[in-house]
Design a protein around this ligand. Structure first.
Ligand SMILES: Nc1ncnc2c1ncn2[C@@H]1O[C@H](COP(=O)(O)OP(=O)(O)OP(=O)(O)O)[C@@H](O)[C@H]1O
Ligand SMILES: [Mg+2]
Length: 252
């Protein structure tokens, strides 16, 4: 993330990450603006992708709303219909919580005894410490507690919450004939100290395959697909979920 100061539509630009820009709305609210930009392999591959910002803001807004309807608390407040979501400003926990339903990706590299895409019953929950320079290393529950990041009870709470969110998303995708392979969540504390689901829920943060084993997520880009191929998969994902998006929307 880089820090600069700039004003956009009366909002103070706070900082810019790889996929989003953050603006401050007021003391308790920020705006996440999704960029038309994709990166992979810690930024080693990067491209502009027309429409990606809109598509990712739209799917995030849709899924946050569906989770809220299920009684799951998230940072989501509103969607501007384009590429920006207004969210509650949280005190972020610097962890990526990964829930795995099927063996894939880095799990296969660290434990090659898993058959690719075999079902993980129960799902595996992992913690990764968010630090790009260290490549977001896998950390133990004991590391998280020992380093004072979370108490043992809070770790338990976050695991339960992650499994509940994963269960809901898994069935939502399954209803549309899609296999929900794995997902990355980020959490933060609100002013009352309660954990809320934050950041984004997009094809950049989960892997999902159709009945032919085709990825409708960023994996296609990691495997060499062009930015155009990536956006067409993302549009297919939105269509499968019944989320409307037209050509003009992509340029808003
Ligand atoms: N509700 C929230 N309150 C405060 N910060 C948030 C909230 N939701 C997400 N964030 C943070 O905003 C940033 C979003 O930017 P982006 O995802 O582009 O960053 P990034 O380059 O991927 O870097 P990072 O590795 O920190 O995610 C992330 O650091 C994320 O943790
Ligand atoms: Mg990020």
């Amino acid at each position: 993330m880089t820090d600069t100061t700039e004003i956009w539509m009366g909002l103070n630009f706070l900082r810019e990450g790889k996929s989003k820009r953050i603006y401050v709305k007021d003391v308790s609210t920020i705006v996440l603006e999704f960029k038309d930009f994709v990166t992979a392999f810690d930024g080693a591959r990067k491209d502009n992708v027309l429409g990606k910002g809109v598509v990712n803001a739209r799917i995030s807004a849709y899924l946050f709303r569906r989770l809220e309807e299920e009684g799951i608390k998230t940072h989501f407040i509103e969607y501007d219909g384009c590429r920006r979501i207004t969210v509650k400003k949280l005190d972020m926990v610097p962890l990526e919580v990964i829930v795995r339903n099927y063996a894939y990706g880095s799990l296969l590299r660290r434990m090659p005894l898993f058959k690719p895409l075999s079902k993980l019953e129960p799902p595996i929950v992992e913690f990764h410490y968010k630090d790009d320079r260290l490549h977001d290393p896998l950390v133990l529950r004991e590391d998280v507690v020992g380093a004072g990041l979370l108490t043992d009870g809070e770790v338990e709470e976050i695991i339960k919450l992650s499994l509940k969110i994963n269960e809901f998303l898994t069935s939502l995708f399954e209803e549309r004939g899609l296999k929900f392979i794995d997902v990355k969540f980020e959490f933060g504390r609100d002013s009352e100290g309660e954990f809320l689901l934050a950041d984004e829920i997009t094809g950049d943060s989960f892997r999902v395959i159709d009945s032919d084993g085709r990825h409708l997520d960023k994996e296609v880009y990691r495997k060499g697909a062009t930015p155009q191929e990536l956006i067409s998969r993302y549009l297919e994902l939105l269509r499968k979920l019944g989320i409307e998006v037209c050509e003009d929307d992509l340029r808003c």
